[in-house]
Design a protein around this ligand. Structure first.
Ligand SMILES: [Zn+2]
Length: 286
């Protein structure tokens, strides 16, 4: 059995990015640890049913409880790195991120804390976001930077003395969710069933110059049996996820039939593998 670490910026990201994959590996008996870098304290309430007294005032505690329920739904372990959510800056020009928040913490400081967790858990494989963060939130960009730095330095005996014995992680992956072809297949299925596709406008506006993330995908993980666990975990983040919203627009059976995988990019490897892959642990020997 091997160990898999997924590093995420906020509570709920673990349930929307590579979630079914982590649930599958956990169900197969591997050790799976989600590391949540911030407490998500600056998340808005995105579910009208949760926009009620007592929630926003206690958002930090509420989100801890939601995270615990989501981790239980996925069957994974979870730990916090303890940084403060930077919030998503809005306006033109964009305001600076709040002082003391995660995106303002020196990279070295955040890396040291993550290296400590890596040396303690000793993952064979790490998952994080690509250089764009998968979503332009300053904490997501930072999550990428910190994860890459920890992957590169955790095995260096001269780096971060006092944070445990060096541990060399075998592989580093980025999760990729915005696959045009996947959305297109769902949209066509709405058409075939005589229903209005919720993705029409999105597909029409898709910037063809940005290219399709599928070109970067090296690894597809079959995880359709765990889409339900993923959805349960998402719903556990009740303040963040509208049960009538976009995430649940496509019937589970369509997803399982039309696109039963989650997509990853092998960003760095220290073990031998061949592309394409169907298992994050290919090449890892225990
Ligand atoms: Zn996030």
């Amino acid at each position: 059995m091997a160990r898999l670490m997924a590093v995420h910026a906020h509570p709920d990201d673990e349930s929307s990015k590579g979630a079914a994959t982590t649930a599958r590996y956990a169900a197969e008996g591997h050790d799976v640890l989600v590391v949540t870098l911030t407490g998500g304290e600056r998340g808005d309430i995105l579910n009208p049913a949760m926009d009620r007294p007592g929630i926003l005032e206690n958002i930090a505690q509420v989100r801890r409880e939601e995270m615990a329920a989501a981790a239980a739904a996925l069957g994974v372990d979870q730990t916090w790195l303890g940084f403060v959510d930077s919030g998503l800056p809005q306006g033109d020009p964009l305001p600076p991120v709040p002082a003391g928040s995660f995106a303002t913490v020196p990279l070295e400081t955040a890396t040291e804390k993550l290296v400590q967790v890596v040396r303690d858990f000793r993952p064979h494989v790490m998952i994080t976001y690509d250089e764009h963060g998968g979503y332009p939130h300053p904490d997501h960009i930072r999550c990428h930077e910190v994860s890459v730095a920890a992957f590169e330095q955790a095995g260096d005996p001269d780096a971060f003395p006092g944070t445990g014995d060096p541990w060399t992680v075998g592989k580093l992956y980025y999760t990729h969710g915005f696959i045009r072809d996947r959305i297109l297949r769902f949209s066509e299925e709405f058409d075939r069933n005589g229903q209005t596709s919720p993705f029409k406008e999105w597909l029409d506006k898709w910037d063809r110059n940005q290219g399709d993330m599928m070109a970067r995908v090296t690894t597809q993980i079959e995880c359709a049996d765990f889409f339900q666990a993923r959805d349960d975990a998402l719903r556990a983040h009740a303040t963040q996820i509208d049960p009538n919203g976009f995430f649940f627009a496509v019937p589970l059976e369509w997803q399982q039939r039309l696109w039963p995988t989650e997509e990853f990019e092998l960003a760095q490897t220290r073990v031998t593998t061949s592309i394409p892959e169907t298992d994050l642990f290919t090449g890892i020997e225990e």
